[in-house]
Design a binder for this molecule. Sequence first.
Ligand SMILES: Nc1ncnc2c1ncn2[C@@H]1O[C@H](COP(=O)(O)OP(=O)(O)OP(=O)(O)O)[C@@H](O)[C@H]1O
Ligand SMILES: [Mg+2]
Length: 232
Amino acid sequence: MLTARGLNQYYGGSHTLRSVDLDVEKGRCTALMGRNGVGKTTLLRCLMGVLPIASGSVEFAGHDIARLSPHRRAALGMTYVPQGREIFARLTVEENIFMGMACLPARQARRVSGEIYELFPVLRDMLRRRGGDLSGGQQQQLAIARALVANPRLIILDEPTEGIQPSIIKDIERVIRLLRDRGDIAILLCEQYFDFARALADRFVVLSRGEVVASGGAEQMDDDSVRRHLAV
Ligand SMILES: Nc1ncnc2c1ncn2[C@@H]1O[C@H](COP(=O)(O)OP(=O)(O)OP(=O)(O)O)[C@@H](O)[C@H]1O
Ligand SMILES: [Mg+2]
C-alpha cells in the first residue's frame, strides 16, 4: 500500500532521515520503533507530506505521492493521528469528528457512520463537549475517530499510548486489532511501548539516529538485536 525508498530529510544542517526504506501492507500492522529523538515523527510527517523530503521516493496505492500536498494524500486515503493528538480544543467532539471528513466529497461528508460510536462508545456520550475538556485518553480516542471517518486505506498513528491510562490503552489496542483484522486497511503504528507494539505488529522497523537499523517479521521482535536499539 505504501512504499518509501531512500528517504532523506534535513533540519538545517542536521541529517534527520538517512536513506530510509519502509513498506506498509494492506491488512497488516507495521510497527515503527526507536528511542526518543531518532526521527520517527519526522518520518511520519514526511510520509504524510507535512514536511518536504530532500530526496527519495514515496508511493501510495500505485501513485507517486512524493510531491503531493497533505490534503491530496488525505484524499487518496491516507490519514494521520499525530503525536500529542492535536485535538481542536475549542470545537466540540462532534465538530472534531466532522473535521476528519473534510477530505471527502461533500455527498459522503454529511453523516458520521454509527460504527465510529460502536468503536468508541464514550464519544457518543460526549458529542457536545469541547475537545479540550476531554481526558488525554478520550482525546486520543477522538483523534483516532477523526482519522477513521475519512474511510482511510492507510492509517498512521504516532505514539497513541503516550501518556494514556492503562484501561484506555486496552480499548485502543482492541480497536487497532479490529481494524487490522478487517483486512482492508494498512496500519503504520509508531510506538515506544514495546508490549503494545508487540501485541499488534505483523512487521517492525527500528530507527536509530535517522537510520533503519533493524526490520523484520513479528517473530523476530523479541531478539536481543532489536531490543538493544529500544532500551534506554
Ligand atoms: N522542527 C524541527 N526543527 C529542528 N529539529 C527538529 C525539529 N523537529 C524535530 N527535530 C529534531 O529532529 C530529531 C528527530 O525528531 P523526531 O521528533 O522526529 O523524533 P522522534 O523519534 O519522533 O522522538 P519522540 O520519540 O520523542 O517523539 C530530534 O533530534 C529532534 O530534536
Ligand atoms: Mg515523535
